[in-house]
Design a protein around this ligand. Structure first.
Ligand code: SF4
Ligand code: SF4
Length: 336
């Protein structure tokens, strides 16, 4: 039997989760923009707009300590970060282009090297996704195989209904457990009609054809044409729910300091700079080419997934107007 939750009970659920000492994160008005932030009460939740930044930072923070070190009495003492202290977390109100991101990133984070920082946060998290009715002209999730009502990555999935309530579907055991633990907030029934999803201008892309073209056109005039204007700011990578490059630095002195993981971006000029001074991606169009190759060829080669959820954030954020959806459409129409 389908279940529904009223908007008030959704907010009550957040209140209860906060009381249970869980870290509850969801879209919240922060100044003039909506961001994923810790919610202290159900009234904090804002579902009127797509958050400016993605929810990946909940599992993969922009900067985090890995360990600290200190030389004491001539011996170096190393303290690992205690990951058992990471909180039980509920991400609530993430649309499919964000809720679906861990389903893509889990593959690389649990590959030959297991990133236990990411994986511990994933183990301790429950994702309550929500069907998207707030898209704009930059959205193209359908074109890359997702959809405004895609459940991938969600443990519990909500669909907004015309009377303001939400249809609920437990997608995983974590989602079932969340509903079972708060069953007085949910009611059985089909509920009202769903709210309509926003139409997207971009047609579904042939990702197999795009990948084949990329395989055959590592060198192509297209790269200079579309990407020489890229200024290498890295905004597209930092704002992306699927980009996951990082760097590790020791900060402090040789006797006392912290080892930290920081986001990095293949658009940065020195991302591939060798110690010798040689840089194989010596101009910006080669860096942007790597961005497209990684998302639509290399990641698929390795993990059978596309490294893009079509959220459109990089289109909205790019200061020089580079539009990844337009580029993919261009490649999609090529015949050689
Ligand atoms: S590449 Fe752009 S559209 Fe695709 S997921 Fe990343 S930010 Fe969103
Ligand atoms: S946001 Fe635009 S200018 Fe900045 S690195 Fe990405 S493509 Fe280049």
């Amino acid at each position: 039997m389908p279940q529904i939750i009223t908007e008030q009970n959704l907010r009550n659920l957040i209140d209860l989760l906060v009381k249970e000492a869980k870290l509850v994160v969801g879209p919240k008005l922060s100044g003039s923009v909506v961001l994923y932030e810790p919610l202290t009460a159900g009234s904090d939740l804002t579902l009127d707009a797509l958050p400016r930044r993605s929810s990946k930072e909940l599992f993969f923070p922009i900067c985090e300590d890995i360990l600290s070190y200190k030389r004491e009495n001539g011996a170096m003492k190393v303290n690992d970060v205690d990951r058992s202290k990471f909180p039980e977390t509920v991400l609530i109100g993430a649309p499919p282009c964000d809720a679906g991101s861990p389903a893509i990133l889990d593959a690389v984070m649990s590959w030959d090297y297991k990133d236990e920082f990411y994986l511990e946060r994933r183990r301790k998290s429950t994702i309550v996704g929500i069907a998207c009715t707030k898209g704009d002209d930059a959205c193209f999730c359908r074109a890359v195989g997702l959809a405004p009502d895609a459940e991938a990555g969600s443990d519990l999935f909500l669909t907004p209904l015309k009377d303001g309530s939400y249809a609920c579907k437990a997608v995983t055991e974590k989602g079932q457990a969340l509903v079972a633990a708060h069953k007085n907030l949910f009611a059985e029934g089909a509920g009202a009609e769903p709210v309509a999803f926003v139409d997207q201008a971009v047609e579904k892309l042939d990702l197999v054809k795009i990948k084949k073209w990329l395989e055959d056109h590592f060198e192509d005039p297209l790269w200079e044409k579309i990407a020489d204007i890229c200024v290498g700011c890295g905004a597209c990578a930092f704002i992306c729910p699927a980009c996951h490059c990082f760097d590790i630095n020791d900060e402090g002195s040789t006797d006392d300091g912290v080892r930290r993981k920081h986001w990095d971006a293949c658009g940065f000029a020195k991302f591939t700079n060798h110690a010798s001074g040689h840089n194989p991606r010596d101009v910006q169009n080669k860096r942007y080419r790597n961005r497209i190759m990684h998302k639509f060829k290399y990641y698929d080669d390795k993990f059978g997934k596309t490294l893009c959820t079509g959220c459109g954030r990089c289109i909205r954020a790019c200061p020089v107007g580079i539009d990844i959806a337009e580029i993919l459409e261009t490649i999609n129409t090529k015949h050689d």
